[in-house]
Write a protein that binds this ligand. Structure first.
Ligand code: KG4
Ligand code: ZN
Length: 381
C-alpha cells in the first residue's frame, strides 16, 4: 500500500510517499520546502505563508512523485470541461493554484497510490486549506480516497516509523505520555493506544517554540529562534551563564505550561543593555535551560502519575539537542523504567512523512474529497 501525504499547516510545504507492506514502512520520498521569507519578519504571517504554499506545493508534489518513480507522463489530455470546472471550484480560494494543478494533472498519469493523507488541522487556517484543497482536487480527479490527519497526532506517531515497540508489542508501549512542543503547541498528551488520546495539560499562553522565537527576536537573532538559540548556547564554555530567568509553573500540581512570562523576563533583562556577544551567549544558555527544565519536570511528573511505560517527544522543539540529552540523562539517573522515543531530528520539525505514518494508522477514517475540511482548531482526542 502506498500513501501520498501533504503537510501545509504552517510554514513548511511538504509531501511524502510512504509504502507499507506487512506493517513495515519504506520511505519512497520525503520532501520539505521550508519557507525562508519569514526570517525577514521574525514570525509567520499566514497570508504570506499561504502564497508561498501555493507556489511551492505543485513543485514539491512533482518532486516527491519523481523520487518515488511514480511520475509518469500522460497522453490523455486535455481534461474534460466538466472535470475542469469541478477542480476550479475546489480551488476557488487558491486561485494561484488552478493553472499549475491543471497543468500537472494534464501532464502526468494517475500515480500508483492508494490513499492521499493530508493535515486538516490544527494550524494556520489559510495554510491548511492549501493542502486540503489540493488533496481534494487530486482525490477527486484520480479517484483516490483521502485521509484527514491531525498534525499533533503526526508529531506523535512519526515515532513509530520502523520502531520495534509497535511492530513487536503495543502493550509494552502504552500508556505513554507524549510531549508535543512546537511553534504553535505545547501539550502533554496521555496516549492510551494509537488513536486513543487525552490532552492532560497545555500552555496557557505562548508555546515553547514561540518563546524561543520571541526571545530570539528580542536578542536580534532572527527566525526561527530555537535552532539559533541552541546553536549559540552550545558554544558557551560548560554551559555557563550568570543570568537567572524564571521557570514558570514548573512546580504547579497540574500539567499546564506558561511561557509568556519567560519571554517578558528576557525583554526586561535585556532592556537598556548593550547586547554584547557574551551577553547574548549567556542569555541563550539560560533561556534554553529554563524551557528545558520546565518541559522535563512536567513530563516526568505526568509519566509517573499516569504510570506511563513510554515518553514520546515530538514537534520542532524536540529537535533541541540539549532537551534530548537532558531527558535521556534524567531518565537514566532515575529509577523509572521508561522508554524515551524521540524522532530523528529532521522528523521533529514539520514534515509530511509524519502525516503519512499517521495516515496509515487512520486508514479507517478515509473519506471522500467532498467531506474533507480544514479545521484550524482541531484538538486531538
Ligand atoms: O513543529 P514545527 O516545525 O512547526 C510547528 O508546528 O510549529 O516547530 C517549529 C518550532 C519553532 O518555534 C522553532 O523555533 C522550534 O520549533 N525549533 C527548535 C529547534 N528547532 C526548531 N527549538 C529549539 N531547539 C531547536 N533545535
Ligand atoms: Zn508541527
Amino acid at each position: 500500500m502506498k500513501i501520498l501525504a501533504i503537510e501545509t499547516s504552517c510554514d513548511d510545504t511538504a509531501v511524502a510517499i510512504l509504502q507499507v507492506n506487512n506493517k513495515k514502512f519504506s520511505i519512497l520520498s520525503h520532501i520539505v520546502s521550508s519557507q525562508q521569507i519569514h526570517a525577514n519578519y521574525g514570525g509567520v504571517f499566514p497570508m504570506m505563508a499561504k502564497r508561498e504554499h501555493q507556489i511551492n506545493l505543485p513543485l514539491v508534489l512533482k518532486q516527491a512523485l519523481q523520487e518515488s518513480k511514480l511520475l509518469i507522463p500522460n497522453t490523455q489530455y486535455p481534461i474534460p470541461n466538466k472535470k475542469l470546472k469541478t477542480i476550479k471550484k475546489i480551488l476557488e480560494k487558491e486561485h494561484m493554484l488552478f493553472e499549475s494543478v491543471k497543468e500537472f494533472l494534464e501532464q502526468y498519469q494517475k500515480p500508483d497510490v492508494d490513499y492521499i493523507a493530508v493535515t486538516n488541522g490544527p494550524g494556520l487556517e489559510p495554510c491548511l486549506w492549501v493542502g486540503v484543497n489540493v488533496a481534494r482536487a487530486l482525490s477527486y480527479f484520480w479517484d483516490i480516497p483521502a485521509i484527514p490527519v491531525n498534525h499533533i497526532e503526526g508529531h506523535i506517531l512519526v515515532n513509530f516509523l520502523n520502531h520495534k515497540s509497535y511492530i513487536i508489542n503495543p502493550k509494552e508501549t502504552f500508556p505513554a505520555i507524549a510531549l508535543v512542543v512546537s511553534g504553535g503547541h505545547t501539550q502533554l498528551i496521555l496516549v492510551k493506544g494509537i488513536g486513543k488520546y487525552k490532552i492532560i495539560g497545555e500552555t496557557r499562553d505562548d508555546a515553547a517554540g514561540e518563546c524561543f522565537d520571541k526571545a530570539a527576536r528580542i536578542l536580534g537573532l532572527g527566525y526561527p529562534g530555537g535552532p539559533v538559540i541552541s546553536q549559540i548556547a552550545s558554544k558557551a564554555v560548560r554551559g555557563q551563564t550568570s543570568h537567572k530567568l524564571p521557570r514558570p509553573m514548573m512546580n504547579s500540581k497540574d500539567y499546564d505550561f506558561s511561557f509568556s512570562g519567560l519571554k517578558t523576563a528576557v525583554l526586561y533583562t535585556a532592556k537598556g543593555k548593550t547586547l554584547t556577544k557574551e551577553y547574548i551567549q549567556e542569555m541563550c544558555v539560560e533561556i534554553q535551560q529554563a524551557i528545558i527544565d520546565v518541559l522535563i519536570k512536567k513530563t516526568i511528573n505526568a509519566a509517573k502519575d499516569y504510570k506511563a511505560k513510554t515518553i514520546i517527544l515530538g514537534g520542532g522543539v524536540s529537535a533541541n539537542a540539549q532537551l534530548r540529552r537532558q531527558f535521556n540523562d534524567k531518565l537514566e539517573a532515575s529509577s523509572l523504567k521508561l522508554e524515551l522515543l524521540v524522532p530523528a531530528k529532521e522528523l521533529s520539525t514539520d514534515n509530511a512523512l509524519m502525516i503519512a505514518v499517521a495516515g496509515y494508522f487512520n486508514k479507517n477514517k478515509k473519506t471522500s474529497w467532498k467531506k474533507l475540511k480544514a479545521n484550524a482548531n482541531l484538538r486531538i482526542r
